[in-house]
Every structure is written in C-alpha cells, then in structure tokens.
Design a protein around this ligand. Structure first.
Ligand code: FPP
Length: 233
C-alpha cells in the first residue's frame, strides 16, 4: 500500500491556548500570543513541505461568548499580525484570505485584513486562510441563500461548494485539532466530508515543525477510500 501524497490543504483547530497559559499562571491572552507564534511555525513548516493551503480557526461564531477583554485582545492581535507577519508572508509570495463574517469585527481589524488581502492578490504561493467569526452552519446557510437568490430551481454539490468561502479551492485533506479534544466545533462542516481527522495531545502553543511531521506521518498511513471499497494501489 503506497502512502498518501503530500496533502494539498491542512486545516487547524487551534485549541488549548487557555490551558497553556493557566499552567503558567498567565492570563489567557498570553496563551493566545504564544498561539500566534505556533501558527507562524506551522505556516513555515507547511510551506516547506509543499502544502498548497493552510486554514486556521482563529475565532468562531460562538467565541463572542468569551470575556470582552479576551475578545478585544484577540482582534487586536489579528490586526497587528496582519500589519506585521502577514506583510512578510505577502512579500514572500503567499496568498492570504479570511473566511467568516468580518462585518462585526472592530474597524481596525477589518481594515488591516482588507489591506493585506489586497496586497496579496497577485501572489501564487501557499494560501494562508484565517477563519474569523466563522461557523460552518452559518457558511452553509449563507451558501444556500446565495443559491436561492440566483433564482435556480435546483442545486447540486458543485454549485453549493462554489458558494462556500472556499469556493474553487481544495477541501481539507486533513483537519488537525490540538489539545486532546475530539470535536469539529462547527468548523468546515461542508468541506470536511472526506477529510482525515488528526487529534494531537499537544496544546496549540506547543505546535511546531515536529508536530507537523507527525501529522504528515499519520496521514501517510491512512487508507483514504472516499466511500469505495479498497484502494487499488
Ligand atoms: C482556543 O483555545 C483558541 C482560540 C479560540 C483562539 C485561537 C486564536 C489564536 C491562536 C490567535 C489568532 C490570532 C491570529 C493572529 C490569527 P482556548 O482559548 O479555547 O483554550 P482552552 O480550551 O485551553 O481554554
């Protein structure tokens, strides 16, 4: 049985920032700050491996229930990240996209996101996709509404896929969740149809290149059948 090729798209549910901070008697936002560093290590590692797209679940539609100061800190971090590290990514040819409803975000964060997307628009490197105020059910509803608005009487998988934030892009081959939790938490529900799930015990701030090596090793050993009986190779 031959190993799976390099995955085209890996999506990450970044969990465990709070626990990382708590273990060190630090505020939760210190955990998120380390989480951003882990995200940077993961982007570098995935680019090195030739992955075409990485997606990060940074803020869910449910995360508004968190304390306001944590929410404020997270969006300030996103704005700062867009103005600094994402600028470097753009300079080295990476593409940047955001998925989710950005309208309720602070203006400063929205402006920083819009600027970076514009700056990266002609790039052709790995896509860095950041999910902000994202929910899988919301995304499916939004897609259905877009289809209904177009006035068609029927809909197929391809049409609906094209109406997702990821329209025209590959579905995640792997969805990785950190910190030992084994849930999808409203993440990429449509796109996860045939994704391989990899659950790691490390907290997100501890993710590094070695973790990515382990994820890829695990993926290579999986038998992807897409509903058929047995792989032919
Ligand atoms: C889950 O851990 C983490 C989040 C909800 C936020 C993830 C965000 C980042 C890593 C920073 C994003 C910033 C940029 C610049 C993209 P948790 O807080 O639920 O951890 P816990 O379960 O241990 O409490």
């Amino acid at each position: 049985m031959s190993a799976n090729a390099t995955p085209r798209h890996i999506a990450f549910i970044m969990d465990g920032n709070g626990r990382w901070a708590k273990k060190r008697f630090l505020p939760r936002k210190a955990g998120h700050r380390q989480g951003v560093k882990a995200l940077e290590r993961v982007v570098d590692a995935c680019e090195k491996k030739g992955v075409e797209m990485v997606t990060f679940y940074a803020f869910s539609t449910e995360n508004w229930a968190r304390p306001q100061d944590e929410i404020d800190a997270l969006f300030a971090m996103v704005a700062e990240f867009a103005d600094t590290r994402l600028k470097e990514y753009v300079a080295r040819g990476l593409r940047i996209m955001f998925m989710g409803d950005l309208a309720p975000l602070p203006q400063k964060t929205r402006d920083a996101c819009a600027r970076i997307v514009q700056a990266a628009k002609d790039n052709e490197g790995m896509i860095v996709n950041i999910a902000l105020n994202y929910g899988g059910r919301d995304e499916i509803l939004r897609a259905v509404r877009r289809v209904l608005q177009s006035g068609v009487k029927d809909v197929d998988v391809e049409t609906l896929s094209d109406c997702m934030y990821t329209g025209g892009l590959p579905d995640p081959d792997i969805i990785v969740r950190s910190s030992g939790e084994k849930r999808l938490s409203n993440f990429m529900l449509w796109q996860a149809a045939y994704s391989e799930f990899v659950f790691r015990d490390e907290l997100w701030p501890d993710f590094d290149e070695k973790t990515i090596d382990a994820v890829l090793e695990e993926y290579a050993s999986r038998d992807r059948r897409y509903g058929s009986v047995k792989r032919l190779d």
